[in-house]
Structure formats: C-alpha cells, structure tokens
Design a protein around this ligand. Structure first.
Ligand SMILES: [Zn+2]
Ligand SMILES: [Zn+2]
Length: 180
C-alpha cells in the first residue's frame, strides 16, 4: 500500500465524518445515566436513599461515557459504510443489534477499502489506482519505473530513486495505455 503524508491528520479526518446528530444522541447518554441514578436512589428500599450515591455517581459517569462512545462508533460505522460503497442501514443495524459490540468489530474486519470518485467521469476508484479504469484520467502520480504512488511535487521516487522530473507526461505516455 502506498505510504503518504496523511497519517497525522487521518484520525481527525475519521472523527470528522461522524454526523452531528450522532454527537447529539451520544450526549444524551449522560441524562439517561443521571436518570438511572435518580431512579435507583428513589426506589431504594433500604430506607437511606442516599448512601449508595458515592458508588452510583462514578458508575453513572463511566456508564454514560461508555454508552456515548458506543453510539459514536455506531455513527462512525453509519457514515463510513456510505463512503466505502457498503450498506449504511445494514451495517448500522448490525452494529446496534449484535451484542457486545461484535457488529462493530465485524464491520472493521470486513469493511471494503476506502474508495473515491474519478474527478472526470465519477467512476468509483480505489486510492491505490494511478489512473481511472474507465476514462484513463490520471488520479495519482506514479513512478514510471516501479509504478508506486508518488507525490506530484517529488523530484525522485522515494522507493526506487528514479528521477521524476517529467513524471506527469511520462506516466501518461508510457504506462497510461498499459495501465490495468
Ligand atoms: Zn474516470
Ligand atoms: Zn520508483
């Protein structure tokens, strides 16, 4: 897989795809946890209604946080499945209803590689593609010698050392037509 300079911003970018309503729903975990504490305290039959609070409050904060994280993960699955061309509804339901978060684990194991669209013909293309398989539009600069992805501004291939002075033109003329 080509290595690019995007790793540092990747996590932030991943978090950004979670929709705002997911954050709203996730935040509701705390009122729900607080309500559970109030309910437990009021229905305590032991007479002293408040003696369990020092245990219940931290427990509720932890439980609320865990629930919020779970909801955010489901929101992530929902958004991420869409941009990978997978069923958003199907995977969201699996993430919610398979117990012990196994649906979420399953999603991360089985999810397809991230795809994007060709800027010219909008065909679905994978990030490792150098050219669009449908219209031959150049997607990423590739080294003419080792065919790995390079940055358009690179002067030399970081993998094989070949000079890339005219990589854009050479790429199209020499390997564009033979690219799979
Ligand atoms: Zn195309
Ligand atoms: Zn190379």
């Amino acid at each position: 897989m080509p290595v690019r300079n995007e790793t540092s911003t990747r996590f932030i970018d991943e978090v950004r795809i979670i929709s705002q309503w997911t954050y709203v729903v996730a935040f509701l975990s705390y009122p729900v946890a607080a309500a559970a504490v109030v309910f437990t305290t009021l229905t305590d039959k032991s007479g002293d209604h408040f003696h369990k609070l020092p245990v219940l409050v931290p427990l509720a904060i932890m439980g609320g946080t865990a629930l919020a994280c779970y909801i955010l993960l489901i929101g992530y699955v929902n958004s991420d499945a869409g941009r990978r061309g997978m069923s958003r509804l199907g995977w969201t339901l699996l993430a919610i209803f398979i117990p012990h978060a196994l649906g979420i684990v399953l999603y991360f194991v089985l999810r397809k590689p991230l795809t994007s669209n060709c800027p010219q013909c909008t065909a679905v293309v994978e990030p490792s593609f150098g050219f669009c398989p449908r219209c031959q539009c150049r997607l990423n600069a590739t080294c003419p010698q080792c065919r790995r992805s390079v940055h358009a501004a690179d002067k030399f291939c970081p993998y094989c050392g070949r000079g890339l002075g005219a990589v854009a033109n050479e790429g199209v003329n020499n390997e564009g037509r033979s690219a799979p």
